[in-house]
Structures are given as C-alpha cells and as structure tokens.
Ligand binder design. Sequence first.
Ligand code: FES
Ligand code: FES
Length: 162
Amino acid sequence: MKITVHYTINSKACDLEVDAGETLLEALRNRLKLTSVHRSCEEGECGACTVLLNGEPVNSCLMLAAAADGADILTTEGLMRGDQRHPIMDAFVDLHGMQCGFCTPGLLMTGYSLVRKANGGDLDEATIRQSIEGNLCRCTGYMNIVKAIQEAKRRKDAGDWW
Ligand code: FES
Ligand code: FES
C-alpha cells in the first residue's frame, strides 16, 4: 500500500509516496538521495542514520516514513549554506573529529542539536559523551569528536552563524 506523506526537509516542502512498511531511512536515502543518512545496523544501535525530527535526534532506521508525516526533518545536507560548510563541520575538520567518516553525519546531527540547545559557557565532556552515546564510532576513540563539539559551541558563542 502506498501512502502520501508531507515533510519539510532541509527547509523545503516535500510530498512523497512511500510504502506502508518503508522506513524513514529508506525514504531519505533511496527516494530523496540524501545519502548523508547512513545505513548500518538498522537496529537502532549505531546512530549512523541519525537525523533531526522536529529538532530532536532520531534513528531514522527505526521510524516508518509514514509515521514522520508532517515532520520537519534536518539531515547533514541541510546544515550547509550553499557551498559553505556549517561551523560544526569546520570544527570537526579542524579538530580531526573523523577518520573514516562513516559515523560523522550522525555525530554532526547529534552534536548540532546539543550545541543549538546549549546555553552558558563551555560544554563539559561528560555532557557531550552522554549526548553522543547512541552514535558509535569505531575508529577515533571519541576524544577529538568531543573536542570538536566543544569547539563548535565556542564558535557559536563567538557569533558564528548557526
Ligand atoms: S542504522 Fe540506524 S541506528 Fe544503526
Ligand atoms: S570516523 Fe570512522 S566510524 Fe566514526
């Protein structure tokens, strides 16, 4: 059975026909070609498929595309401003927050959400580690990821666009 859904994806309105059993991950990757949304465990364990749904990080592999009808969805593609990388992307590059990069889009989305909501001074390491515990990275040991998210917060506080 086909269902028509309406999303706002990366600030653009979008109507889409999806199958009743299709996941949001499949709709984003296969139909909309938003390939930053990575497929890995498809069991909610790794966070590679993380997108923001109405501002909150979700595992898109665990959600039916139809259940997201009406939602505002943000993927890593939507962090870009034209050809310009978002400041959190620059922080990951500058602080070497990635190696293979497979987990990186999911970590960017979780980190972006955390920094966007954070007020006050620097983000402490424990808060960041707790926030990203659903995003597995097998190659960096997380230290530089934590530093990159801390740096992104500093850049936001210093007036970088967000
Ligand atoms: S692919 Fe969704 S959590 Fe792993
Ligand atoms: S950078 Fe390789 S899995 Fe995260």
